[in-house]
Design a binder for this molecule. Structure first.
Ligand SMILES: [Ca+2]
Length: 314
């Protein structure tokens, strides 16, 4: 069991106390009813109680973001490895909180501007080269863009409604931005193995979900993104090594990246940032019987405030 901060431990304890109280009151109230009725009720209350713990997980995630944001700029000893993961145990339930930096990823939604036909060419180029660098299928690369773009004309390696109908699928591309990352699983040639990656123990490929965001502002934070994305921007392997080594000590600023590779930086400048404000918090609760509840919240957080942009319960 990992250490829980005093504040979090307090929250969890108060929460557990409330639930235990509520449950014992219920049991007392219904003690004369049939056993089966009580079982049904306690099972449903168990689910509510899992929901509440999952919501606490989101609050813990927001706290992690705030602490990390201040630590990483003020302390040289800050742990700058992302994503952040915390595991807690309470009353036989397991709470697993993961915080991912959405500005460390490529957002295909942002390749398309607000105006009709408006394209962010710099981001599109990073996206295309990224697929080449990592070896994900070109058909998936183009089909994801066809999924978003408003026309029904397939790209060279893409797929529009005709393809999905021919495959006998009950859906066609919605021609709008991805609403959740998991929606990518519906796109032509996206398998679970591609999306989630293979087993890490076997040191196999990382999943696409680690590189693609659907919520960020389209800027990629060079202080947090993966080496594969830096490669896709045109930084050489030697450049990438230097960036990773330097950003471990302190966040890089524009002048630092300029001194590493001015040409690559200048070409991608419009898609690069040095700070993050978009995050995804996943909070998963597992009970003794192995039942799971998961909440995923997309967050925008800057020095002034933290807002939940979108929230899904799985
Ligand atoms: Ca389309």
């Amino acid at each position: 069991m990992k250490k829980i901060s005093k504040k979090n431990r307090g929250i969890v304890l108060v929460f557990v106390l409330v639930v235990v109280l509520a449950m014992s009151t219920m049991v007392l109230f219904f003690q004369n009813r049939t056993r089966g009725y009580i079982d049904v009720l306690s099972a449903s209350s168990r689910f509510q109680n899992m929901d509440s713990l999952a919501e606490i997980g989101i609050e813990i995630g927001k706290e992690i973001i705030a602490i990390q944001q201040s630590l990483e700029t003020s302390s040289i000893s800050a742990d700058r490895i992302w994503p952040k993961e915390k595991i807690y145990e309470a009353e036989g339930m397991n709470l697993h909180v993961t915080v991912e930096d959405e500005n460390g990823k490529i957002n295909p939604n942002r390749i398309f501007g607000e105006e009709k036909g408006e394209i962010n060419g710099v981001l599109q180029n990073i996206y295309n080269v990224f697929f080449a660098v990592t070896g994900y299928p070109e058909t998936l690369r183009d089909s994801m863009l066809d999924w978003i773009d408003e026309d029904d004309i397939p790209r060279q390696n893409g797929a529009e409604s005709f393809h999905y109908r021919t495959e006998g699928l009950p859906y066609t591309p919605p021609n709008r931005k991805f609403y959740t990352a998991e929606e990518i699983l519906l796109v032509r040639d996206c398998t679970e193995e591609i999306f989630y990656g293979k087993d890490e123990d076997e040191e196999e490929k990382k999943g696409l979900v680690n590189f693609v965001s659907i919520i960020s502002d389209g800027k990629i934070n060079v202080n947090r993104c993966s080496p594969e994305i830096l490669n896709a921007m045109g930084f050489t392997s030697a450049n990438v090594e230097r960036i990773l080594a330097e950003r471990e000590g302190k966040p890089l600023a524009e002048r630092d990246i300029m001194s590493i590779n001015r040409e690559a930086y200048t070409r991608n400048r419009n898609a690069i940032s040095f700070k993050s404000s978009y995050y995804c918090i996943s909070s998963k609760v597992t009970d003794r019987e192995g039942r799971e509840k998961m909440i995923k919240a997309y967050i925008r957080s800057d020095d002034k405030k933290t807002d939940i942009l979108r929230w899904t319960m799985i």
